[in-house]
Design a protein around this ligand. Structure first.
Ligand code: COA
Length: 162
């Protein structure tokens, strides 16, 4: 039987930290869906379509077992639709823990058919976040160590147009 996992997030924008988690996911599962949340509580800089496009561009040449889609509604409904048994989440510093614990338990209350699996990024990505990237670009800082060139270009253009 094929193992399928969903890696959901806002990806506003995708960073090398997310890419690392995607690669790790592909080592474990037959198929990984990167599920870009269309409607997020945060006010995103990029549209859902732009975020999906950047994830696709940043994972060009990755295995065909990787799919990238936008989704609306509950992540567990999306996962069930894809016949996934696992939701992958990256767990960085301890500050992530409460929020992730709350989400995983809420999802488990919604269905016991999906497990949440936490993967730890490497140390160099431990304190990385999408907001940090946007702030660095906004202030003219260098982000090439943290995001692919295509992401840097898009974010710079988007912020300059704001
Ligand atoms: N490397 C770098 N940064 C990472 C990372 C990694 N490996 N993992 C997480 N982050 C960062 C993100 O960049 C993001 O930074 P930001 O806050 O500065 O934007 C932050 O950690 C959290 O990001 P993310 O993983 O995208 O979570 P989120 O809180 O933005 O999105 C959803 C959470 C979309 C998965 C969740 O809200 C959801 O499932 N929504 C659908 C509706 C639903 O089902 N709700 C009930 C769920 S309980």
């Amino acid at each position: 039987m094929k193992t399928i996992a969903v890696y959901p997030g806002s990806f506003d924008p995708i960073t090398f930290g997310h890419i690392e988690i995607i690669k790790r996911g592909l080592e474990i599962f037959d198929t990984v869906y990167v599920a870009v949340a269309a409607n997020i509580r945060k006010k995103p800089l990029l549209t859902a379509q732009e975020r999906v496009h950047l994830v696709q561009q940043s994972t060009l040449g990755f295995n065909k077992r990787l799919r990238v889609e936008a989704f609306d509604g509950l992540v567990v409904d999306y996962a069930l639709k894809k016949k996934a048994k696992v939701i992958i989440r990256g767990l960085r510093a301890t500050s992530d823990f409460d929020y992730e614990f709350q989400m995983a338990l809420t999802n488990r209350n919604l269905t016991d058919k999906i497990q949440t699996l936490f993967l730890m990024p490497s140390q160099k990505h431990f304190y990385l976040s999408s907001s940090l990237i946007k702030e660095l670009v906004w202030l003219g800082g260098k982000v090439s160590d943290f995001v692919p060139a295509v992401v840097e270009k898009k974010i710079s253009r988007k912020i300059a147009a704001e």
